[in-house]
Design a binder for this molecule. Structure first.
Ligand code: ATP
Length: 206
């Protein structure tokens, strides 16, 4: 059985919290010597043009920044599927696209997404099509995540994974705020991402 993971988000911009999350997930799924490594697709969402303008980036720049952020990971790849498709990026439609008989799909979610997953468009179908892996952002109690994990397991009859990572509490919103305020990035961004932001003067609004 082939294993494919999807890590979706706006990634405007991708930051070290995202990178650490992907690394922790791959470490858990692909231990040393693993014969059937999971392949992780990092999937930046399409966004409407008015939102891009408000946030100070473009879909194309988010794709390039993701490639710079996750390029060092052997079992990961940045997918332009949602951006190329355009429109609203519903996770369920992406899962339908990547579903195969002989493939196990995984969805990696930070804790905010993990806690609200059951309210997403066609949540039942999402929970049926993909195995869920939640990862703490360090912003909520682990016990709360664990209760949600138990709830999803009861609903789906399948194990739901909650990663035991060292949380890296950070958001793209905080990064955009720092850039607009001219503050230092202090290792919060992968080097290649910081270079693109600086060169293309992204997010310099506020
Ligand atoms: P914004 O501040 O613009 O809302 P964000 O930092 O929440 O952005 P997204 O692109 O919305 O980032 O997140 C993509 C995915 O990465 C989501 O599943 C989110 O929960 C997860 N994620 C974001 N930041 C972290 C973090 N620091 N640690 C673990 N997971 C994270």
């Amino acid at each position: 059985m082939e294993r494919v993971g999807i890590f979706g988000g706006t990634f405007g911009p991708p930051h070290m919290g995202h990178v650490r999350a992907a690394e922790a997930f791959l470490r858990e799924m692909n231990p040393e010597g693993c014969e059937n490594p999971l392949h992780l697709l990092v999937m930046p969402t399409a966004t409407p043009p008015h939102k891009q303008k408000a946030e100070g980036d473009t879909a194309e720049a988010r794709l390039r920044m993701c490639r710079a952020a996750f390029g060092h990971l052997a079992d990961a790849e940045v997918s332009d599927y949602e951006i190329s498709r355009g429109g609203i990026s519903y996770t369920v439609l992406t899962l339908e696209h990547f579903t195969r008989e002989d493939r196990e799909l995984w969805l990696l979610c930070g804790s905010d997404m993990f806690l609200t997953l059951d309210r997403w468009y066609r949540a039942e179908d999402i929970l049926r099509m993909a195995r869920i892996a939640g990862i703490s952002r360090g912003t909520e109690e682990f016990a709360l995540l664990d209760r949600k994990r138990a709830e999803y397991e009861e609903r789906t009859g399948r194990r739901v994974l909650l990663l035991k990572n060292e949380p890296f509490p950070l958001s793209s919103t905080e990064i955009r705020r720092r850039i607009a305020a001219g503050e230092d990035m202090d290792g919060l961004l992968p080097e290649g991402v910081e270079e693109i932001i600086r060169r293309e003067r992204l997010y310099e609004i506020g």
